[in-house]
Design a protein around this ligand. Structure first.
Ligand SMILES: Cc1cc2nc3c(=O)[nH]c(=O)nc-3n(C[C@H](O)[C@H](O)[C@H](O)COP(=O)(O)OP(=O)(O)OC[C@H]3O[C@@H](n4cnc5c(N)ncnc54)[C@H](O)[C@@H]3O)c2cc1C
Length: 738
């Protein structure tokens, strides 16, 4: 048996900012045995600030201007948690996350950027779109752009930008360039007596010329005191109208940094030493806009975040391996390249300046070179090199035991269960007898099912939710409501502290789902092994008062077939493993797997379903065949198949799940020789689904109402995808596709 290194410590990176993406890449190329790294950031994609104006101007696509964090983490072997951190408690080393359980760290690094100061001006938060978070700005800009391009805008439509620094100037120029053929008015409102305070006079002049050239009205000494609907109110009492308002003023830190008790500067930014460690807590690192280097304060600019990345990577490794940390001294003067909307740019460094198309091309080369590091990720480390990795203190290298020697230790298990019992008192026993009675009304049949999954997503809480939904789905397909569950979990080899953390996250995810449907987790079994596996035995009783259950058999000729969720998880996760999937598509697939089938099953029963099954590993066709008895066939309309974003492109590119070929082998025979069908869509019939939807047969007259009801209950992809047929005698292929 191969020796394995236990996981011993958690390094958590909060925020997918510029320093972190660089540090993450470097840490992945020089891994530490026994270290588990997690990145927490709200979205799968993070913007590269240098290209943001070019994105708005239309010079770059979304993909060119964003780093796909989900893909980067998949490559790096790092857990990616799409969430927002809302608090940090340095004493208990806990990070609070919005809408989900906290995470515990051994070492943490914070690189969450900054946001414009909106709170200081009444009404700004309500009426203005802040330039950060960029995801919200991008959404708003796209809506505005589409609206103006599609329906035009009144000649006096005013787009206002409040700012005066480089970001605001670049953005308003980019907007004006993008909409240059529309009769709009652009205003830049600047509270100071000049824009670009820290730039030299020649650079400022060049930028002012560009603003004039683009017809942007620059208003100086115009400090906004309040914002009202459609009006800015200035400190001198003057007012000015706007139709759309963007806000790009001085940077502010989220209040939870100061509320944590960690040392901050006067503006609430994390105060760090030259090693990028918090002044008072060696385990907390900070980089980018959110951190202020107390010995060397600098303006909040991406250039510093980028420069800090390699130092941060070095110091995180050094801290974990007890080596000496490096001190970082940021440069006094830095090159600033301001894009001027139309592929022109101005360079500013100290007293030097230059303007022109060549400066934009220079900037473009620098920005694209930076992004190429995340687009073309190097191949993984050879196995031999992995064996020589430095390891953390106490990370044992030993052939793992089998049998009960592989169980999760009693301390980790008891600790996790005690916490879960506190969080879900009604749904988690917290330990007890060796076996548990399954409660059911007298005379009522209990239906049982078991489903297990290999790790699919790196976020343990989401993995627990998906596994619970996947297992419960079998009950729903039978028209049963869950009563109780037992867990079967294999955790990757780890020390007891990390085992407890992982178990807590997994089961908290599962209990989140179980509590939602009033299902009690009665117990289970947990082991250690080379990789994560999680599954549940679930018990249920009929949803109907009369004890009716649904079955796979029972459909009649003429029944319509309704599919409640989109297909494509098999191909999308195969692509994700090959680093070929877009993180947004992966997020959409995860969201689909997190949607349970309870409501769909209730609606199926209420609408007189004659048969039902859930779509999982055998794909739509494999599971449909289970519904067709000897005399039944079916017709499927391929164009009606609901598909997850990006799925058809992956199949078209030849990326399918390893299970796909087996599904083709076992079900291909059933398809009547198709004439001129879309071959790629046909392949979607074989795509294995995790936590897939229900396939419901019901009388044709009731199918539209079922679809309407499903849509209004949030099953937005539900569709009628075909119908059940009487099979012609002698026919050996029961399924027609069209
Ligand atoms: C229009 C514009 C153009 C700019 N152009 C330049 C330029 O050309 N050069 C330059 O040097 N600077 C530029 N800047 C400034 C630059 O954007 C910032 O200085 C830079 O982005 C800071 O990088 P960062 O690593 O600190 O954080 P960011 O790049 O802001 O990244 C922060 C990340 O953390 C995530 N996050 C935020 N909150 C949380 C949370 N609570 N929990 C978890 N994750 C969180 C975010 O989603 C994001 O992924 C520009 C700014 C703007 C607005």
């Amino acid at each position: 048996m191969q020796p394995v290194t236990e996981l011993r410590r958690d390094l958590i990176l909060v925020g997918g900012g510029h320093s972190h993406v660089l540090a993450l890449r470097m840490l992945a190329m020089q891994p530490i045995a026994g270290l588990r790294i997690t990145l927490v950031s709200p979205h799968s994609h993070t913007p590269y600030s240098g290209m943001l104006p070019g994105l708005v101007a239309g010079h770059y696509s979304f993909e060119q201007a964003h780093i796909d964090l989900a893909r980067l983490c998949q490559w790096a072997g790092v857990r990616f948690i799409a969430a927002e951190v809302t608090a940090i408690d340095p004493l208990t080393r806990r990070l609070s996350l919005a809408g989900r359980p906290p995470l515990v760290y051994d070492v943490v690094s914070i690189d969450i950027g900054s946001q414009p100061e909106l709170d200081a001006v009444p009404g700004a938060g309500e009426y203005a779109t802040a330039v950060k978070p960029v995801a919200a700005l991008w959404r708003r800009w796209q809506e505005l752009h589409e609206r103006i391009v599609a329906s035009g805008a009144a000649a006096d439509y005013r787009i206002a930008m409040v700012g005066g620094g480089a970001g605001s100037v670049e953005l308003v120029l980019a907007m004006a360039h993008r909409l240059h053929d529309r009769p709009l008015a652009f205003d830049l409102w600047c509270g100071a007596s000049r824009i670009l305070q820290d730039y030299n006079a020649r650079a400022r002049r060049s930028v002012m010329e560009a603003l004039q050239h683009h017809g942007i009205n620059v208003h100086l000494n115009a400090r906004v005191a309040a914002v009202e609907e459609a009006a800015l109110v200035f400190c001198d009492g003057q007012r000015a109208g706007y139709d759309e308002l963007f806000w790009c003023t001085g940077a502010a830190a989220p209040p939870w940094i100061a509320a944590s008790g960690l040392a901050t500067d006067a503006n609430g930014f994390l105060a760090v030493r030259d090693t990028l460690q918090s002044l008072r807590d060696d385990r907390v690192f900070g980089a980018g806009d959110i951190a202020t280097q107390i010995n060397h304060p600098r303006p909040k600019a991406g250039v510093f975040a980028v420069r800090q990345g390699p130092v941060l990577a070095h110091n995180l490794r050094a801290m974990l391996l007890h080596r000496s940390l490096r001190r970082y001294r940021p440069q006094q003067r830095f090159l600033s390249l301001i894009s001027l909307g139309d592929k022109q740019a101005t360079a500013n460094k100290g007293l030097l300046t230059a303007t022109g198309a060549w400066v934009w091309r220079w900037k473009n080369r620098i920005d694209r070179k930076f992004m190429a590091r995340f687009e073309q990720l190097p191949p993984g480390m050879p196995r031999a090199a992995r064996r020589r990795l430095p390891s953390l203190d106490g990370a044992s290298q030993q052939a793992a035991c089998g049998g009960c020697g592989a169980k999760v230790g009693a301390d980790a298990l008891a600790g996790a269960l005690a916490q879960l019992h506190r969080d879900f008192p009604q749904y988690c026993t917290g330990g007890g007898d060796d076996a548990v009675a399954v409660p059911a009304p007298v005379g009522v049949a209990v239906v049982q099912s078991l489903d297990l999954l290999r790790q699919l997503v790196s976020d343990p809480w989401q993995m627990g939710r998906i596994a619970a939904n996947h297992a419960l789905s079998d009950l729903y397909a039978c028209g049963a409501r869950p009563v109780s569950a037992l867990a079967a979990i294999t955790l990757p080899f780890a020390g007891s502290v990390l085992l407890q953390r992982e178990l807590e996250q997994l089961l908290a995810g599962a209990l989140h789902e179980f509590a939602e449907v009033n299902c009690r987790l009665n117990g289970g079994h947990s082991m250690q092994g080379p990789e994560l596996n999680i599954g549940f035995v679930v018990n249920g009783v009929s949803m109907s008062p009369d004890g009716t259950l649904l079955g796979k058999r029972g459909a009649a000729p003429g029944d319509k077939l309704v599919l409640t969720k989109a297909l494509g998880t098999g191909t999308l996760f195969a692509a994700h493993m090959q680093l070929a999937a877009d993180g947004r598509d992966v997020s959409a697939a995860v969201a689909s797997m997190l949607q349970g089938n309870r409501v769909a099953a209730q609606l199926a029963l209420a609408h007189g379903a004659s048969a039902c099954t859930d779509i999982t590993g055998f794909g739509l066709l494999g599971h449909l065949l289970e519904m067709l008895s000897g005399a039944l066939g079916a017709r499927l309309e391929l164009v009606q198949l609901p598909l997850l974003r990006g799925a058809i492109e992956q199949v078209g590119a030849g990326i399918v799940s390893t299970m796909h070929a087996a599904n083709v082998r076992s079900a291909e025979w059933s398809i009547q020789q198709p004439q001129s069908v879309d071959e790629t869509r046909l392949q979607m019939l074989f795509d294995p689904q995790t936590s897939g939807g229900l396939l419901i047969a019901l009388p044709a007259a009731r199918a539209p109402a079922l679809c309407d009801a499903l849509h209004s209950e949030g099953c937005v992809d539900a569709r009628i995808i075909g119908e059940v047929l009487a099979l012609a005698s002698g026919s050996t292929a029961p399924v027609q596709v069209g």
